[in-house]
Write a protein that binds this ligand. Structure first.
Ligand code: 6PG
Length: 473
């Protein structure tokens, strides 16, 4: 009997947890996995929730088990597997049914799949889901794309299973075709920058201030009660206070310093470059992960360039720690200003009309970058939907004016100590360039004109295409 509210394909940990979350919220879910053993294992582990699950051994069974118009969620590996799955589902579904890709797809693929399915009457909804395993189980942030009508058909399910911020659901419709996956990509780009800047502060605490992991853990715990309050600060505090059960050493000390990446941060940086939007904190974070992977080269280079710097003395440790907190806030403001600028530019290019105030709202709970700070961003977009750059919005001007000096001190302390902080230092460079009325781009223009007759505009006349009196040769 076709009485399931939704189908879900892909029962690895994220899919499994989403299914349990849906069932918890009273929905009947038809479930399918390529290997049936995963389906039975979920049915066995679901306890009383198993009554709301329909285990399917084939896609035909899955399609037959869902009440039309049928929403089918995919929680499978991004890439070719999604195309194969869509191709297999296509003949089994009919007009009005929805395929909702909940993985971390490249939004360009989502745009293509949306267009390919449009003539069939099927609605393709690229839907970003953030919050890791725990979020999937108890409430993720959900960034849906596709069509508004399609969203209307799954809205109840998505808002029920999503995280709630003071009672408000953290699920929302971002726009047509690839908008949902695009917003998720920028979420991840910001996530990379946020994580990298926290890691840079940790490096300074450790090597310039000589703090132990446990001491740093206490500081992050304290910071989590202030303006930096966020999931990433919270888990950083917990991580730093965790000992390795095997050796008793701080856990971070036994973890190899080689960061992984699956691609979404890089996609965000590529998007920024493609749009001509400066996003240096995100790019710095992607590059930092890439550089971390060259472990052997770094170890060899360390021998060639041993640090024989006179490290600056820090006389007042508490004041230095308070400065680090404000510097991190200043860096974070720049990262979010960049991330939101990418979204504004992409929205205009794609004609998405992204609801940026709602993006900030959806991110306030459930997702990896959830934080108190996002309230200030949503308020800024509520007050002015046409924000040029968050750096010039009143709330941010006040915060940045308070904290920029500390970012400056931290960047110079790191430079003098030989500590690499690519995201924080590029945040400062971005801020300084953004607040400088006249940049040395006059010289760049002159150089371009000198070697390539590219022409320039003048400060004292209208129009362009002027040339300098350069002597050739
Ligand atoms: C989230 C996370 C999630 C995942 C990333 C990690 O929002 O829940 O961003 O999507 O953890 O894929 O990406 P990397 O492996 O690139 O760090």
């Amino acid at each position: 009997m076709a009485d399931a509210d939704i189908g879900l394909i892909g029962l690895a940990v994220m899919g499994r947890n989403l299914v349990l979350n849906m069932a918890d919220n009273g929905y009947r879910v038809a479930i399918y996995n390529r290997t049936y053993a995963r389906t039975t294992s979920l049915l066995n582990d679901a306890g009383p929730l198993a009554d709301r699950l329909i285990g399917c051994e084939s896609l035909d069974q899955l399609a037959a088990a869902i009440r039309p118009p049928r929403p089918v969620a995919l929680m499978i590996k991004a890439g070719e597997a999604v195309d194969q799955q869509v191709a297999a589902l296509r003949p089994l579904l009919s007009g009005g049914d929805i395929i909702m890709d909940c993985g971390n797809a490249n939004y360009h693929d989502t745009v293509r799949r949306f267009a390919e399915l449009q003539p069939t009457g099927l609605v393709y909804m690229g839907t970003g889901v953030s919050g890791g395993e725990e979020g999937a189980r108890y409430g993720p942030a959900i960034m849906a794309g596709g069509t508004r009508e399609g969203y209307g058909r799954v809205e109840d399910i998505l808002t029920s299973i999503s995280a709630k911020y003071e009672g408000e659901s953290c699920a929302g419709f971002m726009g047509t075709d690839g908008a949902g996956h695009f917003v998720k990509t920028i979420h991840n780009g910001i996530e990379y920058a946020d994580m990298q800047m926290i890691a840079e502060i940790y490096m300074i605490m450790r090597h310039a201030l000589g703090l132990s992991p446990a001491e740093m853990g206490d500081i992050f715990e304290r910071w989590n009660k202030g303006p930096l309050e966020s999931y990433l600060i919270e888990i950083t505090g917990k991580i730093l206070k965790t000992a390795d059960p095997d050796t008793g050493k701080p856990m971070v000390d036994v973890i190899l310093d080689r960061a992984g990446q699956k691609g979404t941060g890089r996609w965000a940086a590529i998007e920024a470059l493609d749009l001509g939007i400066p996003a240096t904190t995100l790019e710095g974070a992607v590059a930092a992960r890439a550089l971390s992977a060259f472990k052997d080269q770094r170890l060899a280079a360390e021998k060639l360039y041993p640090l024989d710097l006179d490290r600056p003395e820090i006389n007042d440790r508490d004041a230095a720690i308070a400065g680090l907190e404000r510097a991190l806030l200043a860096g974070k403001i720049c990262a979010y200003a960049q991330g939101f600028a990418i979204m504004a530019a992409s929205s205009e290019r794609a004609g998405w009309n992204l609801p940026l105030n709602q993006v900030a709202r959806v991110w306030r709970a459930g997702c990896i970058i959830r934080s108190r700070f996002l309230n200030v961003i949503s308020a800024a977009y509520d007050a002015n939907p046409d924000v040029t750059n968050l750096l010039v919005e009143p709330g941010f001007v006040a915060m940045m004016s308070d904290s920029q000096k500390d970012l400056r001190s931290v960047v110079s302390l790191a430079a003098e100590s030989g500590l690499p902080i690519p995201s924080l230092s590029s945040a400062l460079a971005y801020f300084d360039a953004y607040r400088t009325g006249r940049l040395p781009a006059d010289l760049i223009q002159a150089q371009r004109d000198f070697f390539g007759a590219h022409g320039f505009e003048r400060t004292d006349r209208d129009g362009g295409g002027f040339h300098g009196p350069w002597a050739m040769g």
